[in-house]
Design a protein around this ligand. Sequence first.
Ligand code: ATP
Ligand code: PRP
Ligand code: NIO
Length: 480
Amino acid sequence: MKCYRHKQLATDYYQISMSNVYINEGKDKDIAVFDMFVRNNPFNGGYIVCAGLEQVVQYLMDLKFEEEDIEMLRENHPELTEVFLDYLRDFRFTGELCAIPEGTILFPHEPILRVKAPLLQAQIVETALLSIINHQTLIATKAARIVQAAEGDPVLEFGLRRAHGSEAGLYGARAAVIGGCLGTSNVESETLLSIPSKGTMSHSYILSFDTEYESFMTYTKYNPNNLILLVDTYNTLKSGVPNAIKVFQQLKEEDRLPKMYGIRLDSGDLAYLSKEAKAMLDAHGFEDAVISASSDLDEYLIRDLKLQGSTINLWGVGTKLITAYDQPALGAVYKLAQVESDGKIYNKLKISNDPGKITNPGYKKVVRLYDNETGKALADLIMLVDETVDETKPLTIFHPIHTWKKRELTDFHAKQLMVPVLVDGELVYDLPTVTEIREHLKEELESMWPATTRFTNPHEYHVDLSDKLWNLKNDILNKR
Ligand SMILES: Nc1ncnc2c1ncn2[C@@H]1O[C@H](COP(=O)(O)OP(=O)(O)OP(=O)(O)O)[C@@H](O)[C@H]1O
Ligand SMILES: O=P(O)(O)OC[C@H]1O[C@H](OP(=O)(O)OP(=O)(O)O)[C@H](O)[C@@H]1O
Ligand SMILES: O=C(O)c1cccnc1
């Protein structure tokens, strides 16, 4: 049986059936603008970390349908016309993609990306684009929170075994590094991230030897530079830590104690055990030993362990990071905002009884307004592409639903968040490396007030609409 992935078929069938209509009704040449955005911050948090753009670009640039895909569609779906199947044969994405760069902090309702392309092209890519961005943005945001809780201690991503399949593990590892993780245990990600995978040892390794000491000592023969010994297999304080100290002493005598050495705790009271282990290591002159821990950790547990005075200084985080345990889906959506047909422009919005769910029409951009004195971000404005912000005058911004909530901004500067990525289907953007993206996120987090990034009841960052966009939206609503 053949079983391999056709990425171009990784879509919902309705994209195909709607495209079949578009081409037969001559709508395929209409130019559509779609926005992708998230409606709520995940994890009850105050921000979102953009991730996944590189894979979106790869997908759009590589997208084509093979003869066998077309044959399969013809056989299984007799309703698909030959005109449409023929069109698929030569399919290429020839449109425009603008996006907020990866590692940028984003807030609900702001377009994370905007696609402007012939309607059929812009439509048929929806599912793939959403699945890429929904996944990586969610994991990058979770990772950023975990890294924030670790307060500068390195965090390693250990989740592959608990990921929802190896693809989620691989791209989850990428997103985790974007979110600030120092590295990952995932070996496959080395080719993707160009970051060497890292790791310690498992309980089974230790159990495979007659004694814990022998397992540790044998490990040192083959791992001269990486020596993090797992100390909880038998008894952390009575056996694991004393055996680790014996090994470190012996290596020190032989002048082969690596720079990076230490222990990993994986069960029990991590605060208590880390403090006791630190005291024992210090008493033997191993003050610089790494004390790492894993065991169902997340941002709340890490914060709690720090409050308890734990001495852990390297965190291994698996399940709760790679699965975004407390919020398994981000909920980004992809909505039609404009159609250009026969030279005429029609701005579109989706109505809802919930005013927060009514989409924003038009060809838009996002601008971030920064305070000149502190350099901190003040608010974001979603506006039409042809609008500018006059930085020389005070600017009054208002809540898009509760419009009486107004704020006057003075002494600020504005920065456009979206950048052109594809023009006429061609790449016009230098894709940064994952480590560059991670650095960018650090700067982004520094530009936010702590009130926005705190875990408990974070301040709702203001994302407002320009007057012109607000009027356009209301005009459309009033005409219905
Ligand atoms: N000091 C602490 N404060 C709060 N939570 C802690 C503390 N120490 C450990 N935990 C957490 O408590 C949970 C249970 O830990 P525990 O060691 O009892 O189970 P375990 O890790 O599954 O151990 P075992 O593998 O021996 O069953 C884990 O999520 C762990 O991270
Ligand atoms: O707790 P997480 O955040 O998910 O981190 C990954 C976990 O995976 C390993 O456990 P596992 O029991 O699978 O293997 P082991 O026998 O090597 O401990 C490791 O020891 C961690 O506890
Ligand atoms: O290297 C490790 O310590 C590791 C890797 C995967 C899962 N848990 C731990």
